[in-house]
Design a protein around this ligand. Structure first.
Ligand SMILES: Cc1cc2nc3c(=O)[nH]c(=O)nc-3n(C[C@H](O)[C@H](O)[C@H](O)COP(=O)(O)O)c2cc1C
Length: 303
């Protein structure tokens, strides 16, 4: 790949702007390593908590057509003490591994961040936005005071970049973006709260009733948040939500993202999406005479 695709987020150098999003094939060191070898510039791990958690009973995922899905996995994860080896294996690919964590308060987040940092991750992503688990995720991510104290405490605890992943399921994103101002960058967006009903069984499909919508349906929502927050705050942003192609990636970059994360496209299209999107992005940028990602970030913002 040429230099055209290189980008930087909070000092982390990436070969291309495409990162594996949290929650898709990233609870296991070998799958993360493989995805890095197949073209992702970095990976974000599954969100890891203090203790092992089995999550909700199946069904936890429903495909709703058009490459979209709704999930309520319930933050199933092996717990931080059991995750060191997975990070070690993923790091063998020689690219940044970003550790995603979730907790209930500033103290728990900061303990998790310290432990995750000790495993050698290049950055920490704070999951302040899971839409379907009580007491963590979006419940705390909707409270500006808690967001401010969590971000502040984690920033004091580690000396690697800290990214705050915010929820779209709030009435005022700017309030939260400002509360998370001490983060090195903001990650926008997590899934959109949604549900599906099985008319034959006459009941909700997911065992948890509600879940998070992901895939192309949420791209316009993600773009709007990236654009709005970039325009108002100028902060560095990692865009995520419904990205499937080079055009989608460029839309997010022109809206203000420095790089993007990809989740559901991998579930529907397989691991080759990273290689395919990088190649198409290189061609698209060349034909549009866009010489670098850094010159393209926020290009569409109207002042
Ligand atoms: C099956 C599944 C599991 C997910 N688990 C997590 C998670 O553990 N932590 C998190 O921050 N986001 C999680 N997400 C949200 C994704 O990281 C991403 O924000 C969202 O899916 C939108 O991007 P996409 O449309 O490219 O999938 C999950 C998404 C899916 C589909």
């Amino acid at each position: 790949m040429s230099n055209r695709l290189q980008t930087v987020i909070s000092g982390l150098r990436l070969d291309n702007p495409l990162i594996l999003a949290s929650g898709i094939l990233d609870e296991n060191g070998y799958t993360m390593k493989r995805i890095l070898k197949e073209g992702a510039a970095a990976v974000v791990t599954k969100s890891i908590g203090s203790a092992e958690r089995s999550g909700y009973k199946p069904p936890v995922v429903v495909e709703i057509g058009g490459g979209n899905m709704i999930n309520a996995i319930g933050l199933a994860n092996p717990g931080i003490e059991n995750f060191g080896n997975e990070v070690k294996i993923a790091r063998e690919a020689g690219k940044p591994v970003i550790g995603s964590i979730f907790g209930a308060d500033a103290e728990e987040f900061s303990n998790l961040a310290k432990k995750m940092a000790s495993y050698g991750v290049s950055g920490i992503e704070l999951n302040l936005s899971c839409p379907h688990v009580k007491g963590v995720g979006q419940e705390i991510g909707s409270d500006p005071d808690l967001v401010e104290s969590i971000v502040g405490e984690v920033k004091r605890s580690v000396n690697i970049p800290v990214f705050a992943k915010l929820s779209p399921n709030v009435s005022d994103i700017m309030e939260l973006a400002k509360a998370a101002d001490r983060a090195d960058a903001l990650v926008l967006i997590n899934t959109v709260r949604a549900m599906a009903i099985d008319v034959y069984a006459r009941r909700p499909v997911l065992s948890n009733v509600y879940g998070g919508l992901s895939g192309p349906a949420i791209k316009p929502v993600g773009l709007r948040y990236v654009y709005e927050v970039k325009k108002e705050t100028g902060k560095e942003i990692i865009g995520v939500g419904g990205i499937q192609s080079a055009e989608d990636t460029l839309e997010y970059i022109m809206a203000g993202a420095s790089c993007v994360e990809i989740g559901t496209a991998l579930h529907t299209g397989g691991r080759s999406v990273f290689r395919a999107i990088s190649r198409d992005l290189e061609n698209l940028m060349a034909s549009e005479k866009l010489d670098s990602i850094s010159d393209t970030i926020g290009m569409a913002i109207q002042r």
